[in-house]
Design a protein around this ligand. Structure first.
Ligand code: MLT
Length: 414
């Protein structure tokens, strides 16, 4: 007799962004004349850079010729892309010791952030800084690590709440809190906060001292403009012995629909199995990928490779500047109406709390119904986020300006 995974029955019925999308759809159906400005999920509005489109066309043409056709590729990714990543994103930025063999090309950050749970031993307790991208918690719950849900928490997961009074900076686990695997995301989704190198170093020191693994989601690193803020966890000393880094081309180059990213699992990352034998995480992640994944398509990897040419670098710079101009507009509109505002400086997300007693979903409804702006309710990222909303800088400049002008009538909204 087949029995379905009970853990699905314990999670909220749908995923945060599916709930948001459903509410927007209902609103649009009920108000067909409304012009909703989407500022909820972080989906980008700029098209693929020209050099990417050209690389895809060339690769597609190769696939149509028997002499240059590619069937199954390496599960870890083609060497040309792994090498470009290692050279441009690590070695040329002064991060030594990361080479092509440490890079695994993925179909985007989300899948790997969830799939990495496959390499956790039984009994491993995850720790999550909240508010957090929901995938960290939901994927652990699905894998049976959630324990019992109680009051917006899960007994099997250590919650490390980052609170407004400490500018949403993450607290290191207190003594007695177990954090075998720690999820960190900087620049942060959803709050847009960043970590200085000395603060990041404290997390790495903690992980080394406690034999914890850090999963570092740096999908938004390209948005950092403040000098001195680390772009990679491997800028912290010893991180290659305790951290996996996950990145994406989605938000920098319009790959949300193309799907490509990468995960860095350094060969120096050694833990143990339950029987005490040595476990190279690079080797076991490779084993996992070979078992469950056939690699990212050739055409997509050639498209990603184009981002490492001078044209590709310039396209990313332009995209980031465009979205950050939007984020700056949103920030100043929200500050102008007296909201508490975080983020939007080194990250494309603006996190805000209007002067209002409403909870996040009520705020979401008001903003949608009265201003036709969709947002993401802060509570969807964890209970510390209640009363907050997240807006993204990823819409077009014209629609972002329009949203700012609607927001200036916030008293009529909230
Ligand atoms: C977000 O809006 O938080 C992200 O776009 C979601 C994602 O990347 O999956």
């Amino acid at each position: 007799m087949f029995i379905a995974n009970q853990n699905f029955n314990r999670l909220p019925e749908s995923y945060l962004f599916s709930d948001v999308a459903r509410k927007i759809k209902d609103f649009r159906e009920a108000n067909p004349e409304s012009k909703v400005i989407r500022m909820d999920i972080g989906d980008v509005s700029l098209p693929l850079p020209e050099c990417v489109v050209e690389a895809m066309s060339r690769a597609a043409a190769e696939m149509g010729q028997s002499a240059s056709f590619h069937g199954y590729g390496p599960e870890q990714g083609y060497h040309f892309l792994r090498e470009a990543v290692a050279e441009t994103d690590y070695r040329s930025r002064g991060i030594k010791g990361i080479s092509a063999d440490d890079i695994f090309i993925s179909d985007g950050a989300k899948s790997d952030l969830a799939n990495l749970g496959d390499i956790f031993g039984s009994g491993v307790r995850p720790a999550v800084v909240t508010p957090a991208y929901p995938v960290y918690i939901d994927s652990n719950v699905l894998a049976g690590r959630g324990g019992i849900p109680e009051n917006g928490r899960w007994s099997g997961i250590s919650f490390l709440p980052a609170r407004p009074e400490s500018a949403f900076l993450p607290p290191l686990p207190h003594r007695g809190v177990t954090a075998d695997v720690i999820y960190l995301c900087y620049p942060n989704n959803p709050t847009g906060t960043v970590l200085s190198l000395d603060k990041l170093q404290k997390w790495v020191d903690y992980a080394l001292a406690n034999k914890s693994l850090i999963i570092y989601d740096s999908a938004y690193e390209a948005y950092i403009s403040t000098p001195g803020i680390p772009h990679s966890i491997y800028e912290a000393e010893g991180a290659d012995k305790c951290a996996i880094e996950v990145r994406s081309f989605s938000k920098t180059a319009g790959f949300t629909g193309v799907r490509c990213g990468y995960t860095v699992v350094p060969r120096s990352l050694e833990f143990t199995f339950i029987d005490g034998t040595k476990a190279s995480l690079n080797r076991i992640w490779c084993r996992r990928q070979c078992t469950k994944f056939n690699g990212v398509g050739y055409v997509v990897q050639r498209a990603a490779e184009a981002l490492y040419t001078p044209e590709g670098r310039e396209a990313i710079r332009r995209n980031v500047a465009y979205y950050m101009d939007n984020a700056a507009l949103l920030r100043s509109a929200l500050l102008g109406i007296g909201a508490d505002v975080v983020g939007g400086v080194d990250a494309p997300y603006v996190w805000f709390r209007p002067k209002s007693e409403l909870d996040s979903w009520q705020l979401f409804d008001r903003l949608l119904h009265r201003a036709a702006i969709s947002s993401t309710p802060g509570v969807g990222f964890g209970k510390e986020g209640d009363g907050w909303l997240r807006l993204t800088g990823f819409n077009t400049a014209a629609l972002t300006s329009e949203a700012c002008s609607r927001l200036s009538h916030i008293n009529d909204i909230f």
